[in-house]
Design a protein around this ligand. Sequence first.
Ligand SMILES: NC(=O)c1ccc[n+]([C@@H]2O[C@H](COP(=O)([O-])OP(=O)(O)OC[C@H]3O[C@@H](n4cnc5c(N)ncnc54)[C@H](O)[C@@H]3O)[C@@H](O)[C@H]2O)c1
Length: 337
Amino acid sequence: MTRTVLLTGGAGYIGSHTFVALVEAGYSVVIVDDFSNSKPSVLTRLGRLTGLNKVEAYEGSVLDDAFMERVFNAHEFDAVVHFAAKKAVGESVSYPVDYVETNVGGLTTLLRLMDAHDVRRLVFSSSATVYGDPDIIPIPESAPRSYTSPYAFTKLMSEQILEQAAAADPAWAFGILRYFNPVGAHPSGTIGEDPSDIPNNLMPYIAKVAAGELSHLNVFGDDYDTPDGTGVRDYVHVCDLAMGHVKSLDALMASNLGHTVNLGTGIGSSVFDMLQAYSRACGKTLPHVVTDRRDGDVPVLCAEVDRARELLGFEAKRTLDEMCASSWHWIQTGAKE
Ligand SMILES: NC(=O)c1ccc[n+]([C@@H]2O[C@H](COP(=O)([O-])OP(=O)(O)OC[C@H]3O[C@@H](n4cnc5c(N)ncnc54)[C@H](O)[C@@H]3O)[C@@H](O)[C@H]2O)c1
């Protein structure tokens, strides 16, 4: 029996890759996106990639009750994967209320509709930012939670809302996925990350240096207590991450039991590791300038990955070189279309 899944934010970076993985796994997928941070042309690309004649999609906001009610009335959903959110940490500091409204309000609107339509399974995009500035590396899911930005606050609050809903009504089954640093692109070069502004994240920034759109990479501090002095993060290929959503959904379908897991590789890479890997991918040495540390940056964030393996059978396999090569392929092909 084909299962039907609502994918909010399905035209975005992680959502589009997850769409492909879900279709390949046999799910029927319906997208809702307001295209506030993506382009409708992604839908054509998704059709091309999956071979579907028509990608089922609705343009509108998850905050719009009446619109969402129409979507729920038009389909019999078995589950929801909820990506739609604002995600820029810096912007959230300037517009905290907008972030709460979209990220928390979007979730509660969705939960009310799911409840009314008896859809009980939800996979939720959480983030390693809920660990704040962690004491234990690699970070286990049991580590204390906190936040260092309004964005992280919305993710922490969302997790707590889901936990309280599940405690109040065991019929709910939530897959809370804490992403570490998603990077890379689909190997076909058809979909990828395409920020229109100057990116805040390392790989999209390096990609723009490689493409000649930015002159050099600013390395924010080389005096951290790490092997080469630069910040260390757990980068995970977006296609591995997408597969994590399939595994999470499969687990919710099979057992109706919720889970909270980290999605990362468990391997830390420094800024210089990434710069060198991207240089290998694009075949040129990429210039950098070391500047002061950036407020709020922590030296090392790396996932403990045992729980995802044990509960979901999830393992992120792609290497840093594969992440960079797929990003560069996307920048040179699909992103230019
Ligand atoms: N990319 C990361 O580094 C990262 C890390 C941790 C967690 N996350 C979370 O993963 C999710 C997806 O992230 P992404 O990188 O794919 O972001 P993205 O911005 O590329 O995708 C989000 C999509 O949601 C849509 N959207 C935003 N607000 C909406 C609304 N009110 N109604 C309908 N659609 C709306 C956007 O147009 C976009 O297509 C987000 O919840 C984000 O917070 C991302």
